[in-house]
Design a protein around this ligand. Structure first.
Ligand code: UFG
Length: 332
């Protein structure tokens, strides 16, 4: 099976590319490298020993996508490409809606023209909003607190409607919890441009000396130590979930939703402690005020993915921290 990975040079896309190639799939990447570089693809080739065809292309550009579909027999698409910064989405909502929705609509149109009928989408636990008790199950009501999250929710809706109308289409919506870690080789990982928005990349940059100290956003949440609790998942486990999703979609039409998380929650201070234990590096921090929109706790009920896909996260928090550092320590 040949899989088109949009945003395949990104953090989750590149790890998924490696897992797919290691499991006998072929991969073609479409990426405009706005938040990544072709060097990542070279590194995926080094890890897997396989060559990867890639296109420097905007996924919203129908003609660019037609070229890819006409030059390759694409059996399935995994759509990772998209803007993903919560704060930026509040400042530039139109840019977020334009980009994240256009790319999806173009893909659906071009897939239909070429008879490609498997669509796996990178959704997010952000669609559970701030109204649900943990752990989150896939049937809970959805809502969002920022435009980024709303793009994910709208795209889920678009894909659900598309699969209702086209009985040949198989759609899998994967709701990611908090992916961290890096490939065990240390060759690929997360390398955000500018100041990291997310916790683990920020901690990693404090460890490497690039940032002075971590700012902990609030210690008055309703959690065991007052700091926010999240369901962190190793990116390699997450990547394996995509392989299972594709295998499922190859046999089942319609639309299914799966949480990809571990089911275990850790606070910000748990993560700091675990990182210090795994690396031996002290992470200085200060407690700051809450960040707008942050909730007490986000945690998956991951039982549906186990029951239906036979998938379960395997790596520990220690692995997540050690692998993050193994990657970060080599970044110049
Ligand atoms: N945090 C800090 N300091 C930082 C960064 C984060 O204390 O510098 C805290 C946050 O307040 C939160 C936790 O660390 O309690 C995790 O924050 P992240 O930004 O790493 O992750 P979020 O859970 O806020 O966001 C993630 C994804 C989003 C997605 C969201 C909900 O990055 O894309 O989960 O699913 F929308």
């Amino acid at each position: 099976m040949t899989v088109l990975l949009t945003g395949g040079a990104g953090f989750i896309g590149s790890h998924t590319c490696v897992e797919l190639l290691s499991n006998g799939f072929d991969a073609v990447i479409a990426d405009n490298f706005s938040n990544s570089s072709p060097d990542v693809i070279k590194r995926c080739e080094k890890i897997t020993g396989k060559s990867i065809r890639y296109y420097n292309a905007n996924v919203a550009d129908g003609d660019a996508m037609r070229k890819i579909f006409s030059e390759n027999r694409i059996d399935a698409v995994i759509h990772f490409a998209g803007y993903k910064a919560v704060g930026e989405s509040v400042e530039k909502p139109v840019m977020y809606y334009r980009n994240n929705l256009d790319t999806t609509l173009t893909l659906l149109e071009v897939m239909k023209e070429f008879g490609t009928d498997i669509f796996v989408f990178s959704s997010s636990a952000t669609v559970y909003g701030n109204i649900n008790p943990v752990p989150f199950t896939e049937d809970m009501p959805t809502s969002t607190t920022n435009p980024y999250g709303t793009t994910k929710l709208f795209i889920e809706k678009i894909l659900t409607d598309a699969s209702c109308a086209d009985k040949n289409l198989a759609v899998v919506l994967l709701r990611y919890f908090n992916p961290i870690g890096a490939h065990e080789s240390g060759l690929i990982g997360e390398n955000p441009k500018g100041i990291p928005n997310n916790l683990m990349p920020y901690i990693a940059q404090v460890a490497s000396g690039k940032r002075e100290k971590l700012h902990v956003y609030g210690n008055d949440f309703n959690t065991h130590d007052g700091t926010g609790v999240r369901d962190y998942i190793h990116v390699t486990d997450l990547a394996k979930g995509h392989v299972k999703a594709l295998e499922y979609a190859a046999k089942h039409k319609g639309c299914e939703i799966f949480n990809l998380g571990t089911g275990t929650g850790y606070s910000v201070l748990d993560i700091v402690n675990a990182f210090e234990k795994a690396t031996g590096i002290k992470i200085p921090y200060v407690i700051d005020g809450r960040r707008a929109g942050d909730i007490d706790e986000s945690r998956a009920d991951a039982s549906k993915a186990l029951r239906v896909l036979g998938w379960k996260a395997e790596k520990s928090l220690f692995d997540m921290c050690a692998d993050t550092w193994n990657w970060q320590k080599n970044i110049k």
